[in-house]
Design a protein around this ligand. Structure first.
Ligand code: LMR
Length: 394
């Protein structure tokens, strides 16, 4: 039967990761995959996670299965982190999932079960794996305009126009914060308009929030998600703990389904647990356990928030430096948007030939669409990148 298999298209992000690894140049710069790195180029285990692991090692008495939907304490802690008190707890069904990607996959399967034939509207561009998972599930995808290539800001008018095409039961996939790959984000007023439109058309929002705390802070970054969950009758939310807790390989995420018709919660919760059982049975526990310890222990939580703030402020400082440097070198404000964008990524708006030149001649690796991972830079490499961009004709 294996003769029927065909080659799968390579994932561009992972492909770039391998190409970087194989490049022997010592001064190469990795601005590809979205993994946080500090000024030394390392992805450290966060202090609070390390402390939680030490504590847990002493306390843990069994490795027996956890609950099918994950530990209730994890679900409560994460619902609190993402939704605050935007909606009553009884409105939220939730299940732990293996990472944000696992939550997205489960969320889309839930959509398929609840609204067969639903189309999913996705921002153009969006995280490539959204498109790949949607295609894998056979869900029809409709792109909506999102990024204005001229200004490198959100094309809100274009977005609203394209979303006029949603039909009842369709799903609109939004990025909760720190849009990947562009770094350009909707403000609250724009989100209110999207909420109104979705409600008027009977469309259901699905939110992917993978970078809470990397943009403007934990609460500010949750604003869009909270406004949507409070303002729409139903919302699907996939949240990741990979980046903000730095536990990438532990695969920790959560899928939430919010319904203001609280009588539905039991059935929705049962369906989330059923999906877990069908796909991988019990969700991974270690990362979820660490997140729970960090979020529920005041001392650990305070330390985590401090470290996360440092991470976020470091990325903003690099953004400012890069925008400044490019302004100095080009004598224009063309790259001013880098300081306005938020999160780990910015799409620079460089032509593919320039991206290729930077990789080939300078060992600077960014995604083909000119997305850079800001955290791949440090104070010393910012001027190197800026100079290389200008020299390549960017
Ligand atoms: C990225 O966009 O680089 C990250 O979300 C990592 C990944 O898995 O693609």
């Amino acid at each position: 039967m294996f003769e029927n298999l065909h080659e799968q298209p390579a994932d561009k992000i992972l492909q770039l990761m391998v190409a970087f690894r194989e490049d022997p140049r010592e001064d190469k710069i990795d601005l590809g995959v979205g993994v946080y790195r500090n000024a030394e180029g390392l992805t450290p285990v966060m202090r609070a996670i390390k402390a939680a692991e030490r504590k847990w090692w002493e306390q843990e008495t069994t490795k027996s299965y956890t609950a099918l939907a994950g530990e209730p304490a994890f679900l409560d802690a994460m619902i609190g982190l993402v939704l605050g008190d935007a909606v009553p707890r009884e409105a939220v069904a939730a299940a732990a999932a293996p990472g944000g990607t696992g939550a997205i996959r489960q969320g889309l399967e839930l959509v398929q079960m609840a609204s067969p034939g639903a189309r999913v509207f996705v921002s153009n561009p969006t995280w490539p794996n959204h498109l790949s998972i949607l295609a894998h599930l056979g869900i029809e995808t409709v792109p909506y305009r999102y990024f204005d290539a001229e200004t490198c800001a959100v094309d809100c008018a274009g977005m609203m126009e394209d979303l006029e095409g949603v039909r009842p039961g369709d799903v609109v996939l939004l990025h909760g914060c720190c849009h990947n790959p562009t770094g350009a984000n909707l403000n609250l007023t724009q989100v209110e308009a999207v909420i109104e439109l979705m409600n008027a058309r009977g469309a259901v929002p699905m939110i992917d929030i993978a970078y809470q705390g990397f943009g403007d802070g934990l609460t500010a970054d949750a604003q869009v998600t909270r406004a949507v969950a409070a303002g729409c009758p139903e919302t699907v939310i996939a949240a990741s703990c990979s980046k903000n807790f730095g536990i990438y390989r532990e695969r920790t995420g959560i899928l939430m389904a919010v319904s203001h018709d609280t009588g539905r919660r039991g059935v929705v919760q049962g369906n989330l647990a059923h999906l877990n059982r069908q796909n991988y049975s019990f969700p991974p526990d270690h990362g979820a356990r660490m997140v729970t310890l960090v979020l529920t222990d005041p001392e650990l939580r305070a330390d985590w928030e401090t470290e996360l703030d440092e991470v976020r402020e470091g990325m903003i400082a690099l953004r400012m430096q890069l925008a400044e440097e490019l302004k100095r070198l080009t004598g224009s404000d063309r790259f001013g948007f880098i300081a306005e964008h938020r999160g780990m990524f910015s799409r620079l708006g460089l032509a593919p030939e320039i991206v290729e030149t930077l990789r080939r001649d300078r060992g600077i690796y960014m995604m083909g669409d000119s997305r850079i991972n800001i955290a791949g830079l440090n104070r010393q490499t910012v001027p190197v990148l800026a100079k290389a961009i200008v020299a390549a004709g960017g």
